[in-house]
Design a protein around this ligand. Structure first.
Ligand SMILES: *Cc1c(COP(=O)(O)O)cnc(C)c1O
Length: 223
């Protein structure tokens, strides 16, 4: 049986050393997450608040938790005290709530804009225009308790490598446009979160700075 630590070593050997790995532990137990933690991994991601909270309680406090799934506004308050990054910001309304909860907790919460690049209707995320509208809004300019670090997206679930590559290129282009327009003299906006177990190699070739890996580290999920 291949173990989590063997998967991890293989992954570290296969990727550039400056690339960040967000280990996605959804459906996996705290013990499984801990075995990856014991290999040295510190960034972990979850898609559901109700799954994240008990894991946060049980697991070591130096873990950096990333929220990568669709986030309802009324759930932000539960994660605001500790979340390291919310990768799934898909509206100004959500950003407003994150900012407010950040203020209450006296922290600045790192965010990524989730962009819709896939063909599927079901995948969440904003268009480039929606991002620009946020950036241009007075509301956004007044937010002091969020820090937008970059963009995130999921490619279409397909075997068609060309399609996936095209979508990752589109995300990179959006990143560069937003950076050029609003963060030119500012290194804060620097992350492109793209690539999962099935497509991280393509994502890396297309400029990913952060991959989100579940299955390739923890094994298949049982629902
Ligand atoms: C589940 C999930 C991942 C990881 O998927 P794998 O294919 O298991 O690597 C990455 N990002 C998001 C948003 C996810 O929901």
């Amino acid at each position: 049986m291949v173990t989590i630590s063997e998967n991890y070593k293989k992954m570290l050997d296969a990727i550039p050393s400056n690339l960040k790995i967000v280990a996605i532990g959804k459906t996996k137990s705290p013990d499984e997450i801990l075995s990856l933690y014991d290999c040295g991994q510190r960034i972990f991601g979850e898609t559901r608040v109700q799954e994240l909270l008990p894991k946060y309680e049980k697991l070591p406090k130096d873990i950096k938790w990333h929220m990568v799934g669709h986030l309802q506004r009324n759930k932000v308050k539960y994660i605001a005290p500790f979340i390291d990054m919310i990768q799934s910001v898909d509206s100004l309304k959500l950003l407003n709530v994150i900012n407010k909860e950040g203020l209450k907790n006296e922290r600045v919460i790192n965010c990524l804009f989730q962009i819709h690049i896939a063909e599927e209707e079901t995948k969440f995320g904003m268009t480039m225009d929606e991002v620009l509208r946020i950036m241009e809004s007075d509301e956004f300019r007044q937010m002091k308790n969020i820090s937008v670090k970059g963009v995130m997206a999921m490619a279409t679930f397909t075997d068609n490598e060309k399609q996936i590559r095209k979508e990752f290129k589109a995300l990179k282009t959006i990143f560069e446009k937003v950076k050029e327009k609003y963060f030119r003299s500012d290194d804060v906006f620097s992350e492109i979160s793209m690539g999962m177990s099935s497509d991280y190699e393509i994502a890396i070739e297309e400029g990913s700075t952060m991959v989100r890996i579940g299955t390739a580290l923890f094994g298949e999920r049982q629902y």
